[in-house]
Design a protein around this ligand. Structure first.
Ligand code: GLN
Length: 447
């Protein structure tokens, strides 16, 4: 823990960490030492990890990378934080991210942008950019992230590490600051599928009293099936994931990885996810709609920032929110409020919900032809900081991660080589509901 704390604190320019509490970290580490010395080691004893600043923590401040929550101290730990601590993991600190997890480049943090450890002029991806950068730079062995529309998979791909978003409902959302509740899922990010399997086993499981969407499915040992052979495995390649928008350098790395899977005994089959393109407008209606509702709690009364001066109650709400939220968060609140408003609900929100169902049905049809789905995580490698100042350009780059999110399916990214500028490329694997062990097995076989 001391080694990783020193490493993490020596790299402030990376922007990966937002908070430390050395005393709390060392107390956890000493408790782990004592258990190990007594021959009573827990499965993750002493493992130095860190949490995305979307998870509330008793021992560290929690901000969601927003000014709105500057100085906020939670009286309780998120379930994911509790479970990892109960397995013996030691928390090094809190990790930077896009404000309220809204973004794809970690340039929306109210505190500092995160830089990509492979090339500091590029973004690390988002919104779990601090999480991915911390693992890639060796500032933690494993971390937590959250994925609403790709925020674990895409930063993992951009930083050359591994990350998995489990099936919606596998990991408790209790204590995870809400962005879009029907999409938000927690997951681990680490160097390898093996490490992710270990962490995922201690992050998931029912939490029925505290999260009404928690799945009543027993916790699983996700490490148990890592070494199964892939003979006969049918890997579905959605033709819509390999179209015009995919950069040639990314395509070459993905093709090489798929060739290796063929050599490992897998069979590649072309499939179709015909509504892939629609996943962008559908997601960017549903996610802001839910966000506009979730973020109404930040009113200057109950949590976080309150304007210093105001005339009356309404003015206090207005000024607190105007000062506390950043531009992207305000944009989402406005879009969300609009699509939920009386005159437009049927035209936008209801339509989006219907298409969401069809997107989920498309996956079920695809899974009659294949066991897992593979493709790129993002159309390009990590872009230059500032290159996607136009929010629409950033939204479009989410095209390959949004479909699995809308369908609630598990998805992961594993590093499979390098593209332009020597930047890492990630291969995305998508499984049917509750098929995380299969995905981790397939990822683990890659060499
Ligand atoms: N890039 C997407 C967005 O901005 C996904 C974010 C996420 O998964 N948290 O909404």
């Amino acid at each position: 823990a001391q080694h990783f704390l020193a490493r993490a604190q020596a790299r402030p320019e990376l922007g990966a960490y937002l908070a430390f509490n050395e005393a709390a970290t060392l107390a956890q580490a000493q408790a782990a030492d004592a258990r190990i010395a007594a021959g009573q080691a827990l499965p993750l004893d002493g493992l130095p990890i860190a949490h995305k600043d979307i998870f509330v923590t008793r021992d560290f401040p929690t901000t969601a990378a927003s000014k709105m929550l500057a100085g906020y101290q939670s009286p309780f730990d998120a379930t994911v934080v509790t479970r990892l601590a109960e397995a013996g993991a030691v928390t090094l600190g809190k990790l930077n991210c896009d404000e309220f997890a809204m973004g794809s480049g970690n340039e929306n943090s109210a505190y500092a942008p995160v830089h990509n450890p492979w090339d500091a002029s590029r973004v690390p991806g988002g919104s779990s950019g601090g999480s991915a950068a911390a693992v890639a730079a060796g500032l933690a062995l494993g971390v937590t992230g959250t994925d609403t529309g790709g925020s674990i998979r895409q930063p993992a791909a951009f930083c050359g590490i591994t990350g998995i978003k489990p099936t919606y409902g596998r990991a408790s959302r209790y204590g995870m600051i809400a962005f879009a509740s029907s999409l938000d899922q927690a997951g681990p990010m680490a160097h390898s599928a093996e490490d992710c399997a270990l962490l995922l086993s201690h992050m998931t499981g029912p939490d029925l009293d505290r999260d009404s969407t928690s799945l009543d499915v027993p916790a699983e040992d996700f490490s148990a099936r890592l070494n199964e052979r892939l003979d006969g495995l049918r890997i579905g390649l959605p033709k819509e994931f390999f179209g015009d928008g995919l950069a040639a350098d990314v395509r070459a790395a993905i093709d090489a990885a798929l060739k290796q899977y063929e050599q490992l005994g897998a069979q590649l089959v072309e499939i179709s996810l015909p509504r892939t393109e629609l996943s962008i407008p559908v997601y960017y209606i549903i996610a802001p709609a839910e966000a506009s509702s979730n973020l109404s709690r930040y009113d200057g009364v109950k949590f976080g920032h309150r304007a210093a001066q105001y005339d009356d109650l309404i003015d206090m709400y207005k000024k607190s929110r105007a000062q506390g939220f950043g531009d992207e968060v305000k944009r989402r609140i406005m879009i969300g409020t609009y699509v939920l408003s009386h005159g437009y609900y049927d035209a936008y929100y209801l339509q989006a919900q219907k298409i969401r169902r069809l997107i989920a049905d498309d996956f079920q049809a695809a899974f009659t032809q294949c066991d897992v789905i593979a493709g790129p995580v993002a159309p390009t490698v990590a872009w230059q900081a500032g290159a996607k100042a136009d929010p629409l350009a950033a939204y479009l780059a989410d095209i390959y991660t949004l479909p699995a999110s809308l369908a609630g399916l598990p998805g992961m990214s594993l590093p499979v080589g390098f593209g332009d500028g020597g930047m890492p490329v990630g291969l995305q694997l998508i499984g049917n509901h509750l098929q995380e062990a299969k995905l981790l097995n397939v990822a683990h076989q890659y060499q």
